[in-house]
Structures are given as C-alpha cells and as structure tokens.
Design a protein around this ligand. Structure first.
Ligand SMILES: [Zn+2]
Length: 286
C-alpha cells in the first residue's frame, strides 16, 4: 500500500509525461462544489416544491411535480444547475492544472460549472444533456429548442405535444440523439482516438460505480487502461474503489485535497508582461 505522498509523486510523474488528458467528472464533483440535490439546496431554493410534493431529492421533482408546476420547476432547475451554478474552487484548480495540456472533459452531472469557468464547448461532453434546452416529450423528432426565459413553454413544432428539458435523468428511452449531442460525442471520440496511441492520462473524478445510463466511466477507463495503456488517476472519496490494473493510482481523499496538492506542486506559469531583463536580453532570460 503506497502512502499519500508516494501516490502524489507518482501522479505528478504521470501528469508531466502525459500528452493528452481526459477527465471523467462525476456527480461527486458537483457535490464538492456545493451543488447537492438534497439538504439545504433542496429546502432553500426548491422549498416550494419540496414542501408541496414531498421531495427528498431535487431530482424527484422530475417525476413528482404536478403538471401545473412543471415549467416553473424546470426553469428553476436550469437556473440553479446550468446558468448560475456555484463557482467551484475544485473545478477551478483542476482547470488550472490541466489547461497546459490538450484536454477533454466528459461530465455525467447535468450542471454548467465547467462551462461557466470558461471551458470551450468543443472540449466538454455533457453526457446527461442540457437542462436549458427542450426536446419533444414524446421524442417524435431530434430537434432541440432553448427554454424560454418566461411565459409558457412552446409545444412540439412537429406533433404539437408537450416539450421537456433535454435531460437523460428520467431513465426512459425518450432522450433523443440531438445533433448537439452527437457533435459532442464526435469531439470526444476524436480526442480519444487522437491520444489513445500516445500517452493518455485519465482523471476519473468522483464517478460513482453506476454513473450513467449507457456511459460508465469505470468501464471506459478500465478498457482504455487495459487495451490502450492509458494511465488513470482515480479520485473517489464517497465511493472509494480500488483497481488491480497497475496503470491506476487510486485516491480516497477528497478531489479538492488531491487536486489542490497536485496544483501546489505544479503551479501554472505566471502570465503577464515579460520582465525588463527578458525584453532587453530575450535570448538570455525566460
Ligand atoms: Zn413531438
């Protein structure tokens, strides 16, 4: 059993030599950021729904909230999870660490934390969809439309039926494969095929054993490690899971602690104006 310092040093060596970094970011990362689906967020922000419909978890609202309140609930969900998520120090530290290398993020939680920290849309895949877009509830076509800021939701332009948020958290077969979704999958696939023959490092962050319908980070990381020689840094405090494949380093400390410790040992290069010495003697000072 390696101690924490040894594992950290091994992780840093993998990071230094990596040519591409793939991040699997699970629901535990949103939890780290304070975006819980129960507790104070449920009772403070979603209190009206929690009390009226006896919700034990915000996600219960997708099945338990009655028709008269559904649009109000969907709009609030999009506000809290997509448009105004907490500014998370853990996500920020992760981006400071990985930004110096080519990277791609696949996230299973339907939140906009990374997007709000400036991750470009072509470097992230939202596996669970987008809470601010709407699809036909009967899945009669694959088109998405933005959720209107106020007023009643539009009906489906094809069948005239109701629209629902574009989220794959219902566990049904009606989540459509929209063009916006397929473009993300293509970007993800292109990144993996570009780096799987090189030195690919996977950060698997707080991904539960059963994340997500049809997309299980554990299965994918294991496959890439076994078949392509990818290295994996798995950080999971809430559901610590070891792995016997030697390419894995598993931490059961919090993602916040491990990422902060990695970043402290690999601080990002300072930006800003070059020093006077560099201006005067560019070939002698960096
Ligand atoms: Zn329709």
């Amino acid at each position: 059993m390696q101690n924490y310092e040894e594992k950290l040093n091994k992780a840093l060596r993998l990071f230094d030599s990596a040519e591409g970094i793939l991040v699997f970011s699970g629901a535990g990362m949103a939890y780290n950021a304070g975006l819980h689906t129960y507790g104070s967020l449920l009772h403070d922000k979603f209190g009206y729904f929690a009390d009226k419909y006896l919700l034990a978890d915000i996600n219960d609202g997708f099945s338990l909230v009655a028709h008269e309140d559904r649009e109000k609930f969907f709009r609030l969900y999009a506000q809290v999870f997509h448009f105004n998520p907490p500014k998370s120090p853990v996500h920020k530290a992760l981006l400071s660490l990985i930004r110096r290398k080519p990277y791609f993020i696949a996230q299973t939680n339907p939140d906009g934390i990374y997007d709000n920290l400036g991750v470009p849309a072509d470097k992230i895949m939202h596996i669970a969809g987008f809470p601010h877009l709407l699809q036909c509830a009967s899945a009669c076509n694959d088109d998405l439309i933005p959720m209107p800021k106020d007023g009643a939701f539009p009906v489906c332009p094809v069948c005239g039926g109701a629209m629902r948020p574009y989220l794959d958290i219902y566990g049904d077969d009606n989540f459509v494969r929209a063009r916006e979704y397929l473009v993300q999958i293509r970007e993800y696939g292109a990144f993996v095929s570009r780096y799987k023959k090189k030195r690919l490092l996977i950060f698997e962050l707080e991904c539960g054993r059963h994340d997500h319908f049809g997309f299980n980070a554990h299965v994918i990381t294991r496959t890439l490690a076994r078949d392509c020689g990818a290295f994996v840094i798995r950080i999971n405090k809430y559901e610590p899971i070891g792995d016997f494949v030697e390419n894995f380093i598993c931490f059961d400390e919090s993602a916040g602690k491990v990422i902060a410790d990695l970043l402290a040992r690999r601080p990002p290069a300072k930006r800003g104006r070059p020093s006077k010495l560099k201006k005067l003697f560019p070939d002698k000072f960096k």
